[in-house]
Ligand binder design. Structure first.
Ligand code: ADP
Ligand code: MG
Length: 699
């Protein structure tokens, strides 16, 4: 699909320059000096030759076919050159030139013009404002980046050119092999989703790495990534974790959803491995490039020192891994081959004086053990340690077993001899045991993902005409939140259980409704201007008689007046007292990139103070709904704890799925809070005692 960028037969460099140090010179030089095997045509009307190559006045003057054009001329001339490229039949251009969107409104206008021209001519474009593209296998360095990594199977794309150069430098310095390097800059045309799709199909690429600052079309990104990650790992570093982009929100969900929570959720839902730091990014890259993911989460550690073994054990716990219980047989073998002081329990301690043969024997036995899914060999340099020989032994094990084998040779000066050997054997090596374990944790999550099937979200029968009418009615009123009655109407139409409620505009009506519903009951302030009723003294629970109801009505009216004298108060909601249940919150919010996002957490302090909430991009599958329930830190409170029965998690998952469907089917609903939803013991269902919806009148 984007082959012309990765494997072109011929490249024109528009803006080729004879002056060393200029970008237009460096691009030609990089192509020539790296030994690009295809044709290179410098284009510059003011030069006859550049670096010994014949120079052309325009791409249209080139007689041979040109597959790719690299453009390095001042921004204002770029649109004109695109016309010439089209005339010449060039279907792919890399625009290195800066001076577009990144430089202000004028540049942004120029960029829109450029994008339009590309679309008109059917030209695919990488950039503008980028470093260029490299394909080390072809010796193609179509960039002004200083050095090209050796061929390998990691593809790396970066929105930031500077980060791109830094990554290249690491790759060259650590001899990490790459299949493609793409700096895609302002992404006027080709974006991260296009690249993931193309690299997913690229046979040279085994691991995809990406640095992004934003994802443009969230749903399309997820669709593509979900497919590609089932074939090869996609590791992303996404910057901009703060919630600066989050808009002022009138719901709990809105205020808890930072701009990053949707990314976090989306990446996890489509199998993208997210690196939290640049360090992790490289760690994961090396781990995934070297070894296959494990099929389970049980790790075995072999070490020549106790401390690092314990550090690895701790890290395993926090990375979702389990220390493997070695089989009787393995322990017998270890007992036979190791000195009596050695520990044959995982982490296996081969002792400080261990030479390569002890590592070999221990790893051999452990690799065979069915209780072990992955191996980590730890080495600290001690007097009799055989660094290089041990590295070779680890390499032999890695060759033999299907299980991933990682190494940590701690130190610098005396262990560096081992690094090279490990690298040749594709055994990823880490400076620290905890980073090795973290990487194994990520591989394990990916292994899980590979084994998971693609599920479809379920569909529910909603009373759609009721929902549509309510939305229309509210839209006519020009409001951006739905009134109590409308909100409850929508929840009911979605099949969400609600306590019986009646609206009452005055005290007498409240008394009448109360007698109708029966005691005990609840009175709640009804006002579109007051969002948090309790804050305004607007919720009275456990009212036992008409007298109490009348008093509660007057008190609510009085405290609402004091709370906000300007608030329009419609009256009260007389509501059945719901039996006590475990309080949770379910929310719906809209993310500018990914669309509907569902939030879940326990109510009360868990959400207010601890912010113990999880997010997913809708539509949810059943599996994702269950995962949400599992993932909150307080999950045990729902699963049954200290004599409390297990809550009706089926009904809870069902409710999450209904809100998800509402979010997907009705883009006009901008926000929703079920806060709280009472969850009853198993078989007893759920009940939404407070529902709120926001409307987006523009959609
Ligand atoms: P708000 O969130 O606007 O302050 P709610 O309707 O959520 O108002 O009520 C506040 C609290 O009162 C809820 O969190 C819940 O604990 C309790 N509550 C509300 N409605 C009922 C009800 N019908 N039955 C029992 N408790 C209720
Ligand atoms: Mg509430």
């Amino acid at each position: 699909m984007l082959e012309s960028f990765f494997e072109p037969a011929s490249i024109a460099v528009v803006g080729a320059s004879r002056t060393p140090g200029k970008v237009g010179h460096d691009v030609v030089k990089n192509l020539v000096e790296e030994g690009f095997e295809g044709e290179v045509f410098p284009v510059n009307p003011k030069a006859d030759e550049v670096l010994g190559l014949e120079c052309y006045g325009a791409v249209t003057d080139i007689e041979d076919e040109v597959e790719l054009a690299v453009i390095v001329i001042p921004a204002q001339f770029v649109p004109g050159v695109l016309d010439e490229c089209a005339q010449k039949g060039i279907g792919a251009v890399i625009i290195i030139s800066a001076g577009f969107k990144e430089s202000g409104e004028e540049g942004a206008e120029l960029e829109r013009k450029l994008a339009k021209k590309c679309a008109e001519h059917g030209i695919r474009c990488i950039g503008p404002n980028c470093l260029g593209v490299m394909s080390p296998h072809l010796k193609m360095n179509a960039s002004f980046g200083p050095a090209m990594p050796q061929p390998g199977h990691i593809a790396f794309f970066s929105q930031s050119g500077a980060l791109g150069t830094a990554v290249l430098d690491v790759a060259v310095g650590e001899a990490i092999g790459m299949s493609r390097f793409i700096s895609y800059g302002n992404k006027a045309d080709v974006d991260e989703t296009d690249l993931i799709e193309a690299l997913g199909e690229d046979e040279r690429t085994g691991v995809i790495l990406g640095y992004v600052e934003s994802v443009d079309d969230g749903q399309r990104f997820m669709d593509v990534a979900r497919r590609v990650t089932h074939v090869k790992p996609v590791i992303m570093l996404k910057s901009g974790r703060t919630s600066a982009g989050a808009r002022a929100a009138s719901s709990h969900t809105g205020s808890l959803a930072g701009s990053d929570s949707a990314y976090e959720a989306a990446f996890a839902q489509c199998g993208v491995i997210r690196a939290e730091t640049v360090g992790e990014f490289f760690d994961y890259a090396r781990a995934f490039a070297g070894q296959k993911p494990p099929i389970g989460n049980r790790i075995a550690v072999v070490t020549n020192a106790g401390g690092p073994g314990i550090i690895a054990t701790d890290a395993a716990g926090s990375s979702g891994l389990q220390m493997a219980e070695l089989s009787e047989e393995t322990m017998r073998t270890l007992n036979e081959s190791l000195p009596p002081q050695a520990s044959v329990q995982n982490p296996v301690d081969v002792l400080g004086d261990a030479k390569a043969d002890r590592y070999q024997a221990a790893l051999d036995a452990i690799a065979e053990d069915e209780n072990v899914d992955m191996l980590l060999a730890l080495l600290t340099p001690q007097t009799s340690t055989e660094v290089v020989e041990t590295a070779r032994a680890i390499g032999r094990i890695a060759d033999k077993t299907e299980k991933p084998v990682l190494a940590t040779f701690m130190g610098r000066a005396s262990v560096s001899g081992g690094w090279k050997v490990l690298q040749q054997k594709s055994v990823p090596d880490f400076h620290y045991p905890d980073s090795a374990v973290m990487a194994l944790g990520a591989m394990c999550r990916y292994g899980d993902w590979l084994q998971s099937e693609l599920h479809e979200p379920p569909t529910y029968d909603f009373d759609d005409s009721a929902i549509e009418e309510t939305i229309e009615e509210a839209g006519r009123g020009g409001r951006d939140t739905l009134g109590e009655r409308q909100a409850r109407g929508i929840a009911r139409a979605c099949g969400i259980a609600l306590p019986r409620s009646e609206f009452a505009a005055d005290e007498d009506a409240a008394a009448e409704a109360a007698n109708d519903i029966g005691y005990p009951l609840v009175l709640k302030l009804s006002s579109d201007d007051i969002l948090h009723k309790s804050d305004a003294g607007g919720v009275k629970l456990d009212l036992e008689s008409e007298e109490e109801v009348r008093r509660a009505f007057r008190e609510i009216m009085e405290s609402a007046r004091q709370y906000d004298p300007d608030a329009a108060v419609e009256g009260v909601l007389v509501q059945e007292n719901a039996p006590a249940g475990r309080e949770v919150i379910i929310g719906l919010n809209r993310d500018p990139q990914f669309g509907p996002v569902i939030m879940f957490g326990l109510g009360g302090i868990y959400v207010e103070v601890l912010k113990d909430v999880v997010f997913r991009v809708a539509p949810l599958t059943e599996r994702e709904a269950w995962k949400m329930i599992e993932e909150i830190r307080a999950a045990r409170i729902l699963k049954g704890f200290r004599g409390q029965p297990r809550a009706d998690l089926e009904a809870l998952a069902d409710c999450l799925l209904r809100v998800s469907q509402l979010g997907v089917y009705y883009p006009q609903i901008s926000e929703c809070d079920l806060n709280p939803l009472f969850v009853y013991p198993e078989g007893k269902g759920v009940m939404a005692v407070d529902v709120r919806f926001g409307l987006d009148s523009s959609s």
